[in-house]
Design a protein around this ligand. Structure first.
Ligand code: NAP
Ligand code: HSE
Length: 436
C-alpha cells in the first residue's frame, strides 16, 4: 500500500489526539484512506515536556522547517493555535506544495482570504472541519450535503467552554470562576480563555459558517458580539424562573432586510433543542429552504472529538476529495458570484427581549418605566419583582425583570438609553435577546 507522509505542528489537546489516532489506529485509517499514513514528525515548543501519547517521543522537533521543508511530507496538520506563527507556517507549507489541515478558527476567520488565495495559487487543499463544532461535521454539511439550499438561518452553540460554564452555573450551582477552571483542566478552553468567554471564539466560528452558508467574507469586527464574562448569576436565575436557560448563541438570519450576524448570551426556552444542550456539547440548527430544519449535535471541544474531525479531513485530503471540494467551494474568494448581502439595520431586527432594571422600590416607578417602553412601541409580556429582602428599607434598590413581546432592537436600545437616565434607576439596565 502506498504511504503518505504527514507533519504535525503542535502536540497539545488537539495535536495529542491526532497523534494518538494516527499512531494507535493506523490500520483502520489506512483502510479508510486507501494509503498508509506515516506521521513523520511533530513540532512542539518544549521537547522536554512529558507527553501522554505513546510512540511520539522520537518524532518530536522544535524546528518547523524540518517538517515544512521536507519534500517527502505531503500534508501539514496545524494544531498550534494563534494567528501569527500558524499563519506563517500554513503559508510556508502551501508554498512548499503541501496540503494543509487545520483546526484553527482564529487564523481562518482573520486570514482566510490570504490562506485560500495561496492555496488556489499553489493548487493545494485547506481542510478545516475541526475549526467549528469540534467533532460535529458541520463544515461538510454546509459545504457539501446542504449545497442545494439557500440557508435562511443558523442558531448555534459553538463554544464548549462557555456552554460548560453556563450549564455548571445553571444546574450544578458552581461559581463562574470554578466552572471556567474545570473547563480549562478538561482541555476545552483556548490558551487564552478570554477568547472563549468574551465571545471572540464564537464570532470566529460564526464568520467561518457565514462564509460557507452565505458566501460572505466577514471579519469578526463586523459581527456584534457579547460574551458570558459580564453575565450575572442573577440573570441566569431570573431566566430560569421565566422558563428559560441562558446560552451563548451564534445567530445568523437571512431575510428581505439583509443578513444579521451576532453573538450574544440569549434566553432559550427550556424544552427546545438548544436549551437542552449541556456541558461542552455544541449544537447547530440550520434552516435551509429545501431541507427545512436540521440539527447537528456533538462534542464541540476536547482531544479526541476534535482529532476525529482533523483526521477525517486528513483522510479526505489523502483520498483527493478535499482538493475537489476546496476548488469548487472557492472559499474566501472575491469572485464567487454571490449577490452582495447588506447587514440588516437595528430597526429591522425584531426579537423578544429580557430586560432587568435596578430601580428604587416606590410607587409609580414601574409606571414610569412602562411609559418609556410604550413610547418606543415596546409591549410588556410579563414582569417579575420580588419583595425586597428583610434588610432593605423603602427606597432601596430592587431588581425589576420585564419580558417584552417582539420589539425592534433599535426601539429597545433607545428605550434603555432613556430609562438609564431616570433618577429612579440605579445601574445600567441589562438587555438579553430571546430565542423561542
Ligand atoms: P494547546 O493544547 O495549547 O496545544 C498547542 C500545541 O502547539 C502545544 O503542543 C505547543 O507545544 C505547540 N506550540 C504552540 N506554539 C508553538 C510554537 N511557536 N512553536 C512550536 N510549537 C508550538 O492547544 P489546543 O487546545 O490543542 O488548540 C490547538 C488549536 O486547535 C487551536 O487553534 C484551537 O483553537 C483549536 N481547537 C482546539 C480545540 C480544543 O478542544 N482544545 C477544539 C477545536 C479546535 P508544547 O506542547 O511544547 O507547549
Ligand atoms: N475553546 C473552544 C471551545 C475549543 O471551548 O469550544 C473548540 O473550538
Amino acid at each position: 500500500m502506498r504511504r503518505v507522509a504527514v507533519g504535525l505542528l503542535g502536540l497539545g489537546t488537539v495535536g495529542g489526539g491526532v497523534a494518538r489516532l494516527l499512531l494507535g489506529e493506523a490500520d483502520r485509517i489506512a483502510r479508510r484512506a486507501g494509503k498508509r499514513i506515516e506521521l513523520k514528525g511533530v513540532l512542539v515548543r518544549d521537547r522536554a515536556k512529558p507527553r501522554s501519547v505513546e510512540g511520539v517521543s522520537d518524532l518530536l522537533t522544535t524546528d518547523p522547517h524540518r517538517l515544512i521543508d521536507d519534500p517527502s511530507i505531503e500534508v501539514i496538520i496545524e494544531t498550534i493555535g494563534g494567528t501569527d506563527r500558524a499563519l506563517e507556517w500554513i503559508l510556508a507549507a502551501l508554498s512548499a506544495g503541501k496540503h494543509v489541515v487545520t483546526a484553527n478558527k482564529a487564523v481562518l476567520a482573520e486570514h482566510g482570504g490570504l490562506i485560500f488565495n495561496e492555496a488556489r495559487r499553489f493548487g493545494r487543499a485547506v481542510a478545516f472541519e475541526g475549526a467549528v463544532g469540534g467533532g460535529i461535521p458541520i463544515i461538510q454539511a454546509l459545504g457539501v450535503a446542504l449545497a442545494a439550499n439557500e440557508i435562511r438561518s443558523i442558531s448555534a452553540i459553538l463554544n464548549g467552554t462557555c456552554n460548560f460554564i453556563l450549564t455548571s452555573m445553571d444546574q450544578g450551582g458552581l461559581t463562574y470562576s470554578s466552572a471556567l477552571a474545570e473547563a480549562q483542566a478538561r482541555g476545552y478552553a483556548e490558551s487564552d480563555p478570554t477568547l472563549d468567554v468574551d465571545g471572540t471564539d464564537t464570532a470566529h466560528k460564526l464568520a467561518i459558517l457565514a462564509q460557507l452558508a452565505f458566501g460572505v467574507n466577514v471579519t469578526i469586527d463586523q459581527i456584534p458580539r457579547g460574551g458570558i464574562d459580564r453575565l450575572q448569576a442573577a440573570d441566569v436565575r431570573y431566566a430560569a424562573e421565566l422558563g428559560y436557560t441562558v446560552k451563548l448563541l451564534a445567530l445568523a438570519r437571512l431575510s428581505a432586510a439583509g443578513l444579521t450576524l451576532r453573538v450574544a448570551p440569549t434566553l432559550v426556552r427550556r424544552g427546545t433543542p438548544l436549551a437542552e444542550v449541556g456541558g461542552a456539547f455544541n449544537a447547530i440548527r440550520v434552516f435551509g429552504d429545501a431541507v427545512g430544519e436540521t440539527l447537528f449535535y456533538g462534542r464541540g471541544a476536547g482531544m479526541l472529538p476534535t482529532a476525529s474531525a482533523v483526521v477525517g479531513d486528513l483522510i479526505d485530503v489523502v483520498v483527493g476529495r478535499a482538493e475537489l471540494t476546496s476548488n469548487i467551494l472557492n472559499l474566501w474568494s472575491s469572485d464567487r458570484g454571490v449577490p452582495a448581502l447588506r447587514p440588516a439595520r437595528p430597526d429591522e431586527v425584531r426579537s423578544r427581549y429580557y430586560l432587568r432594571f435596578t430601580i428604587v422600590d416606590r410607587p409609580g416607578v414601574l409606571a414610569r418605566l412602562a411609559h418609556v417602553l410604550g413610547d418606543h412601541a415596546i409591549s410588556i409580556a410579563s414582569v417579575i419583582q420580588h419583595d425586597p429582602g428583610e434588610n432593605d428599607g423603602p427606597g432601596s434598590p430592587v431588581p425589576l425583570v420585564i419580558m417584552t413581546h417582539q420589539a425592534t432592537e433599535a426601539g429597545v436600545v433607545a428605550a434603555l438609553d432613556h430609562i438609564d437616565t431616570l433618577d429612579v434607576v440605579y445601574a445600567p439596565s441589562v438587555r438579553l435577546g430571546v430565542e423561542e
